[in-house]
Design a protein around this ligand. Structure first.
Ligand code: ADP
Ligand code: MG
Length: 386
């Protein structure tokens, strides 16, 4: 789960991480009010969406006088912000963070992730801040320092000092950076984060080390023990179909291809996408109806797949273990009656009650392409698109 910058800054400030003074606003009057309560000369108005690259996209603006805040907030609120992370469709801005403008001396990068290779938390930092870290990693990897955290002792101050020196800090600012990095690490561990990123971390003209941006990502599987974090969830940031899927107990993730996949079991769903790709096709989604799906869930799953206008064929790949093949057949028939399936439908059924399921489908009058196994059916699905 992701949260907004303003939420991450609030959380991090409880861990002693220095952040600019500011608050979230939902309309321009409120933005003006917040700004007038700040003790600063200049202000920043920042679009709050779950995507980076807002600065370049026009979602971060500086107001040189208080009166300008209202106008900037009005401009940013309601805008469809397109950044390299939102995709071309962009994201509607519904709230802005109004904060004091910092006088930036230098921008750095600071991030933490759980590294799968070392199975540990890795802290990364770079003197190249404010830019995409992927670019730095590609073109000048020597400008990134990585500190691996031993989980038995946690992040140690000497590692933070190494980071601080590496990015070019000196004197008292080193201690400030150590405090900030330790605070970020504590927040990361306490809240079961999978990623925390401060880009940019800055040194101000008056020698303060501050987090100017904050991105935090939490492990969904650990959210049950963090009700306070769960409350920060913003449903407006989620794909409406993915949200509806959650309510139906279906795992659905939209992808960019054109072959809709309806599968039971996450493992089979993954290998279905693999085999579609192997045949030269592109899956339109990942969809796992689960082990014991009902007819209603299967019908909903069809509706979700069909709500994506990119879908040019549907590949149903079911191995009936707990799930019975006749339930799937019933779902297919019900969905086609309800929503009308006008794209080619390729079905591979195997397992419990398979004969009954096949019988029901063949008597339904639906135009269904069948495959004798997963490989053949996937090939036919890719063929159907051509
Ligand atoms: P994003 O990463 O989405 O582009 P950031 O929060 O990193 O958004 O802001 C982009 C840039 O805007 C920063 O690199 C910084 O130069 C500037 N900026 C952001 N917040 C402030 C602030 N409070 N004071 C001064 N400049 C800021
Ligand atoms: Mg940033």
């Amino acid at each position: 789960m992701n949260i907004h910058e303003y939420q991450a800054k609030e959380l991090l400030s409880n861990y002693g991480v220095s952040v600019p003074m500011g608050k979230v606003a939902f309309d321009h009057e409120e933005a003006h009010q917040i700004a007038s309560d700040l003790n600063t000369e200049k202000y920043v108005v920042k679009a709050q969406i779950h995507a980076g690259g807002r600065g370049k996209g026009g979602g971060v603006k500086i107001a040189n006088v208080l009166e300008e805040v209202k106008q900037l907030a009005e401009e940013i609120l309601g805008m469809n912000l397109v950044t390299h992370q939102t995709g071309p469709e962009g994201k509607l801005v519904g709230k802005v963070l109004v904060e004091e403008a910092s006088q930036i001396e230098k921008e750095f990068y600071l991030g933490m992730v759980i590294d799968r290779a070392t199975e540990k938390i890795v802290v990364m930092a770079s003197p190249e801040g404010g830019v995409e870290i992927e670019e730095v990693a590609k073109h000048s990897p020597e400008k990134i320092i990585k500190e691996i955290v031993d989980p038995t002792v946690g992040l140690l101050p000497f590692q933070c000092r190494e980071i601080a020196y590496f990015i070019g800090l000196q004197g008292k600012t080193v201690n400030q950076a150590v405090k900030l990095i330790m605070g970020l690490y504590d927040a990361f561990v306490d809240n079961d984060c999978s990623l925390a990123e401060i880009n940019p971390l800055i040194l101000t003209k008056d020698n303060q080390v501050t987090a100017l941006d904050a991105k935090m990502n939490f492990d969904d599987n650990a959210l049950f023990r963090h009700p306070d974090i769960q409350k920060l969830h913003d449903p407006t940031e989620e794909d409406p179909t993915e949200l509806a899927a959650k309510e139906w107990g279906i795992s659905y993730i939209k992808l960019d291809g054109n072959i809709g996949c309806l599968v039971n079991g996450a493992g089979l769903a993954m290998s279905t996408m693999d085999i579609v790709k192997h045949h030269g096709g592109e899956p339109a989604n990942f969809l796992d109806v689960g082990g014991g799906a009902t007819t209603e869930q299967v019908t909903q799953a069809f509706k979700m797949i069909l709500s994506d206008s990119n879908v040019k064929a549907i590949f149903v790949n079911i191995f009936g273990g707990i799930m019975k093949c006749d339930t799937i057949a019933e779902g297919i028939i019900a969905a086609s009656k309800e929503v009308g399936i006008e794209v080619p439908l390729i079905v591979r059924l195997e397992g419990t009650n398979v004969e009954l399921g096949r019988e029901m489908l063949s008597q339904s009058g639906l135009n269904i392409i069948t495959g004798k196994d997963m490989r053949e059916a996937a090939g036919k699905a890719v063929e159907a698109i051509k």
